[in-house]
Design a protein around this ligand. Structure first.
Ligand SMILES: C[S@@+](CC[C@H](N)C(=O)[O-])C[C@H]1O[C@@H](n2cnc3c(N)ncnc32)[C@H](O)[C@@H]1O
Length: 276
């Protein structure tokens, strides 16, 4: 593991994430032995726009029941479980943070999807799979911690079959200027590696992809964060939400995200790519 990856693991490691999620589920009235995948959506879709953003991306990947999808940087597994539940496909998630993989496995067991969805500890830039192992792949809010975009894209291309679709939904740098920190993926600029859409597209193309569609989802993301902020101001953090991942500085990180989005410095960009 590289030094940066070690720092990334340290950044995302919560320490008692599963306990915090179980407590949040109970506090929001769920009974843990009757849990449904959708009950987890407020906390297990850890990116701008939550479940809605995953639905939007998944619709463009065109999935069927007999395919196997790779979810790169799968976190605690919300997008992977959603795809499996909605399309009946198999999903393999990889993530560099061991605690996330452990929680992902555990939540998947709680909602009865073990067998259809599996998780593995691995880095996105050294995937432990043979060439052409997957029919499709997705990357949701992961590459902001990865400096080598070309290495990343080439590695995803390696494990995808020809014509396989790669759905990217990533935070990118859309304007000049210094970001306000901390943000959810980094306490300071030292762990933040945002590419511009042009640089990201180039990395995808050099890696072996054709970008067939691109959409800037800034307005959608701003609306999402403003809703979260308004709810937090009115009634404090809900028992279950993505703030659980962000620790004591959650409010500050969300405020900075809104500011960075409003200043036009960053935006979540969706790119739909096809492996040539
Ligand atoms: C904001 S979370 C997104 C999780 C998930 N994709 C989702 O949308 O719910 C970022 C995730 O990227 C993972 N990550 C960061 N760098 C990585 C790398 N080099 N390889 C694999 N996973 C990585 C982190 O461990 C973390 O789980």
């Amino acid at each position: 593991m590289t030094t940066i990856e070690q720092e990334v693991v340290q950044h995302w490691t919560h320490g008692s994430l599963e306990e915090a999620i179980r407590n949040g589920l109970i506090a929001s009235g769920h009974s843990l032995d009757k849990l449904q995948p959708d009950d987890l959506a407020p906390v297990d879709e850890f990116h701008m726009g939550g479940r809605e953003a995953t639905v939007h991306l998944a619709e463009k990947i065109d999935l069927k029941a007999d395919v196997t999808v790779l979810d790169i940087g799968s976190g605690i597994g919300g997008p992977a479980r959603f795809l499996a539940g909605r399309y009946g496909c198999r999903v393999v998630g990889v993530d560099v943070t061991p605690e996330y993989v452990k929680v992902a496995d555990s939540l998947t067991g709680m909602v009865g999807l073990t067998g259809q969805v599996a998780f593995k500890i691995a880095s996105a830039t050294a995937l432990p799979f043979d060439a052409e192992s997957f029919d499709a792949a997705m990357l949701i809010h992961v590459a902001m911690n990865i400096a080598d975009k070309e290495g990343l894209c080439a590695e995803v291309a390696r494990v995808l079959k020809t014509d396989g679709v790669f759905g990217v939904y990533e935070v990118m740098q859309t304007g000049d200027g210094d970001l306000s920190y901390p943000v959810p993926w980094a306490e300071t600029a030292a762990l933040s590696f945002l590419a511009t859409p042009a640089t990201f597209r180039q990395a995808l193309e050099r890696g072996g992809f054709v970008v067939v569609a691109e959409e800037n989802r800034r307005d959608f993301a701003l609306d999402f964060f403003r809703r979260i902020r308004a709810r937090m101001v009115e009634s404090g953090p809900p028992p279950l939400g993505i703030h659980i991942h962000m620790g004591p500085a959650a409010s500050e990180k969300i405020a900075n995200m809104i500011e960075n989005l409003e200043r036009g410095l960053i935006a979540p960009i969706e790119m739909i790519c096809r492996r040539t």
